[in-house]
Design a protein around this ligand. Structure first.
Ligand SMILES: *Cc1c(COP(=O)(O)O)cnc(C)c1O
Length: 393
């Protein structure tokens, strides 16, 4: 018994249902292989899609920024935390995204938490895809607007809701992930944009898993569908493919003007540190110079997916480098992950409540940093464990 019986109860419940866990410890950089709990394993679980987290140019940019600016912003953005580096990054990012303005936040999570309540009001309606990310859900919870949820990527359901409810609200916001993180499928943005036009709704796309992955040199899902200028609010993260930390909204300038007055994470939480900003500037430069990183990411993804399919695994219907290997039962999924780790491959098991009951999976995250040897070795481990556990023949 601890000092807090109410927590003892909750922790006991976790243990009883077999989902209590301790966190593995990574003793070095996040790379294609990692020193996890003092064992060198192939890393198939990070969002470091392009391998930029350890890129020499990007690391040096951080060091130079620390020399010049120190380690912290010292204040929230709206007081004295608005460093010239940050202004510079926002211009570079806006150019990269072909949008008028970019507003940076401390993370993708705080971006949704700040932007959604700032844009929406009590006479408004938010219509949200049922598989949207937790930060969207929390951002909506902080909003005064009414909310409705449409079945995942079900455009008929979305239109039904618009048809039934559009006229009762001032503004209607359709919010969706660009790429859905558990299945790797892409939102049907062309249809969503069409419906938004038809019903005079606004569109909000959180492209955390599309940034750096889809579109020309990783410009994102909106660019992938050639919809530049057609989506009202585009969220991106600097924490995944960009390899650093941070989030941003790409939008019209007037939206930024408003956010600088009303988005609470900008008013009440310290701005990004100069090292992170300088690293991100360098990362965006690297992506603007060359599509070599996104090419390698996609080559690796196709290669690995082909390998898994040839072995007979069910890899769902992903359209991106997110590669789920469907196992089903929770305990079996956890056991598969554990057996892979014993073979030197780390893939995290994703089970209920992150995905529905009985839909447990191993979610493989491919990266440009993986070598062919990494992928071949990982496929061998999958084959071995899959046969041992009678998941493939
Ligand atoms: C990962 C993710 C976020 C959070 O981004 P961070 O920069 O890690 O805070 C937000 N939205 C979606 C859709 C995500 O997948």
């Amino acid at each position: 018994m601890s000092k807090y019986p109410f927590l003892d109860e909750k922790i006991d419940e976790l243990k009883k249902s077999g989902v209590y866990r301790t966190l593995p410890i990574n003793y070095g950089p996040i790379d294609h292989t990692i020193d996890l709990n003092h064992k060198l394993v192939i890393n198939l679980s990070s969002n470091n899609y392009l391998g930029l987290a350890t890129h020499e140019r990007i690391k040096h940019a951080a060091v130079r920024a620390i020399d010049q600016y120190g380690v912290g912003a010292g204040s929230v953005r709206t007081i004295v935390g608005n460093q010239d580096l940050l202004e510079h990054l926002e211009i570079i990012l806006a150019n990269f995204k072909h949008e008028e303005a970019v507003t940076c936040f401390q993370s993708g999570f705080t971006c949704n938490l700040g932007v959604i309540p700032a844009l929406t009001d009590k006479d408004d309606l938010i219509i949200s895809d049922e598989l949207n990310h937790a930060s969207i859900i929390d951002g909506i919870r902080l909003s005064k607007a009414e909310r409705m949820v449409y079945r995942h990527s079900d455009m008929n359901h979305l239109e039904e809701l618009l048809l039934q409810h559009r006229s009762s609200y001032k503004n209607v916001f359709i919010i969706t992930d660009g790429v859905f993180s558990m299945d790797g499928d892409i939102a049907q943005l062309p249809e969503i944009v069409k419906l938004a036009k038809k019903y005079q709704a606004l569109t909000y796309v959180d492209d955390a898993h599309g940034s750096g992955v889809l579109g020309e040199s990783g410009r994102g899902t909106v660019d992938h569908f050639h919809l530049n200028g057609e989506v009202d609010f585009i969220v991106g993260t600097l924490s995944k493919a960009i390899g650093v930390v941070g989030g941003y909204l790409a939008s019209k300038q007037i939206v930024k003007d408003w956010l600088l007055h009303r988005a609470r994470p900008l008013l009440f939480s310290t701005a990004l540190p100069p090292s992170a900003i300088a690293s991100t500037i360098e990362a965006v430069k690297i992506l603007s110079e060359s599509d070599a990183y996104t090419k390698r990411l996609w080559d690796n993804s196709f290669y690995f997916k082909e390998g898994l399919k040839n072995l007979g695994f069910d890899i769902g219907h992903s359209e991106t480098p997110i590669t789920p290997v469907m196992i089903g039962e929770e305990a079996k999924t956890m056991a598969f992950s554990k057996a892979l780790l014993a073979e030197g491959v780390f893939v995290s098991a994703i089970v209920f409540p992150t995905v529905p009951q009985g839909k447990g999976r191993l979610r493989c995250m491919l990266s440009a940093s993986h070598t062919k040897e990494d992928l071949d070795r990982a496929l061998e481990a999958f084959e071995l464990v899959g046969k041992q556990m009678n998941i493939i023949v």
